[in-house]
Design a protein around this ligand. Structure first.
Ligand code: IMP
Length: 178
């Protein structure tokens, strides 16, 4: 594995090896294959960050399923402090479905909670959350994070889909601020 890398003004050091990521993702897929085998789940991949995790996870999903991709748009300025989030790309009729949200990282949990609320408003049967990374010390919400590949400390990471100022998404390992 390579040593220190520089992205713009910051240096990052190796944190989670590719093999450790892939092992954990495979184990997650095995659990999902077992738990959701009768649900015909719809995997909703949250772009941009989850693209690499989603590709690895879904390669190991062997049960019947559908896959689609969404983006979250945030609009500031509704009232003085409010934010309205909209899901872009959600074209399926999801009423009554089991939806697995595929995320790169759950930090405070704000993003995943907003998306989950919107999906329940559209009358899904259940939302499951699958994330490559979770920062338990930052997570502040009630929503259960069902499937987690790696729990990490509350620091900034890049790679495996995650970026710093647009850079680093293509790295196959996860790096942490040096
Ligand atoms: P949350 O809404 O606070 O859970 O944050 C989720 C989003 O913030 C993720 O989908 C990422 O885009 C971004 N994010 C949070 N932590 C990191 C990090 O350590 N590195 C890169 N992006 C992060």
């Amino acid at each position: 594995m390579s040593e220190l890398i520089t992205l713009k003004d910051k240096q990052f050091k190796p944190y989670i090896l590719e093999i450790e990521i892939l092992d954990a993702v495979k184990k997650m897929a095995d659990v999902i294959n077992f738990e959701l085998k009768n649900d015909l789940p719809l995997f909703l991949v949250v772009l941009n960050g989850a693209f690499m995790f989603a590709a690895d996870l879904l390669r190991s999903i062997t049960i019947p399923c559908e896959v689609s991709f969404i983006k979250v748009a945030s609009y500031d300025g509704v009232g003085s402090t409010g934010t309205v989030d909209e899901l872009i790309g959600l074209n399926e009729n999801i009423k009554g479905r089991t939806v697995v949200l595929v995320e790169d990282i759950v930090d405070t949990g704000l993003t995943i909670n907003r998306i989950s609320d919107i999906l329940y408003f559209k009358e899904v049967k259940q939302v499951k959350v699958a994330t490559a990374l979770l920062k338990p010390d930052a997570y502040k919400k009630e929503l259960k994070i069902d499937y987690v590949a790696h729990k990490i400390k509350n620091e900034f990471v890049v790679g495996y889909g995650l970026d710093y100022l647009g850079l680093g998404r293509n790295l196959k390992e996860i790096y942490i601020l040096a």
